[in-house]
Write a protein that binds this ligand. Structure first.
Ligand SMILES: Nc1ncnc2c1ncn2[C@@H]1O[C@H](COP(=O)(O)OP(=O)(O)OP(=O)(O)O)[C@@H](O)[C@H]1O
Ligand SMILES: [Mg+2]
Length: 305
């Protein structure tokens, strides 16, 4: 079965994702569903720690496809993404061929060393050449790579193929399910965006955050889990969010709940928040900014008054 036909409905896909511990809002699941149906790459943009990379991992699991990951960074070169020649093996082959009594001509030897067996596949090529059911290629943090690299991706994103000068065009037998993520440290090229479906991933609502924390930190009491979700939700909302440079993501909520359990915390109070605030915030200014707000952040919700 191709990725196109694995899930008949959006609900089926949502359930499968939940089955591997991934909780997503309807809009995101719709985008994933369409990207599978239309065989188009999906570009996920959003704040750190909202579950972009995790979605690709969960999707690979439910599709039964190997996850092939290309982690982007500034200065990344094509050969790290696509292929490189195994120079050592090429050299050995040339030496061996040249030492034969009835040695091959230099032209023959040159042709021989540019065969597939001397090619070292990197993630893009590996994804294109993965046999059925095909691979899931995660091009992670594409905003960290530079613009020439983005331009290089266009052929892959548009046609699931790449051109190798010595070998010609290599086209996917099975289109890899392709997920790109970006933290939006810079705007991506329009040509890249046009070839992808796009989804902005926001911080979760309270219910979804509760579901994630419950599923990943089952040892936390129901009361503590709710307090964590309420507290982190408040940090991300006005008027509190404007006091901070960067709000915590779902990843931080999960870590925080684990830390609170490790400290045998039954209920949140200013002291335990102060002691563990380094899990929620990684900026000195944010850590300083939370102290005067603690009483308000911990005040009972208006509905509970
Ligand atoms: N919807 C979700 N369902 C279940 N777990 C989630 C979800 N979103 C986030 N998580 C948890 O948060 C952690 C961090 O998420 P992830 O690494 O995917 O974030 P990200 O958006 O890729 O962040 P970054 O931009 O920093 O790479 C995951 O390991 C997972 O435990
Ligand atoms: Mg990530």
């Amino acid at each position: 079965m191709t990725a196109k036909d694995t899930f008949k409905t959006i609900d089926e896909l949502a359930q499968a994702l939940q089955g591997v511990g991934y909780f997503a809002e309807r809009r995101l699941i719709t985008a994933v569903f369409l990207s599978l149906k239309l065989e188009r790459p999906l570009l996920l943009e959003g704040e750190p720690g909202v579950g972009k990379t995790e979605l690709a991992k969960a999707l690979a699991k439910i599709l039964g496809r190997p996850l092939i990951r290309l982690q982007c960074y500034d200065g990344m070169e094509q050969r790290e993404a696509l292929y490189e020649w195994n120079h050592a093996a090429q050299l050995l082959h040339m030496r061996a061929a040249a030492s034969q009594p009835a040695g091959a001509s230099p032209e023959d030897i040159e042709r021989e060393v540019y065969q597939k067996r001397f090619l070292v596949k990197r993630p893009l090529l590996e994804a294109l050449q993965t046999a059925a059911p095909g691979a899931l290629l995660l091009i992670d943090e594409v905003d960290r790579a530079d613009e020439p690299f983005e331009a290089f991706l266009l052929e892959y994103l548009g046609e699931y193929q790449v051109s190798i000068p010595e070998l010609g065009t290599i086209k996917a037998e099975v289109a890899p399910v392709t997920i790109l993520t970006s933290n939006r440290t810079r705007d991506l090229n329009d040509a890249v965006k046009r070839r992808c479906l796009y989804q902005w991933m926001d911080y979760p609502d309270r219910e979804r955050e509760l579901a994630v924390v419950r599923s990943q930190v089952p040892e936390a009491s129901a009361q503590l889990t709710e307090q964590v979700a309420e507290f982190v939700g408040r940090l991300r909302s006005q008027p509190f969010s404007s006091a901070f440079q960067r709000a915590p993501g779902i990843a931080e909520s999960v870590e925080w709940a684990k830390a609170l359990v490790a400290l045998d915390t039954l209920t949140l109070d200013p002291e335990v928040v102060q002691d563990t605030v380094g899990i929620l915030f990684k900026q000195r200014e944010d850590i300083a900014a939370i102290t005067p707000l603690l009483n308000d952040l911990l005040a009972p919700a208006p509905s509970a008054l």
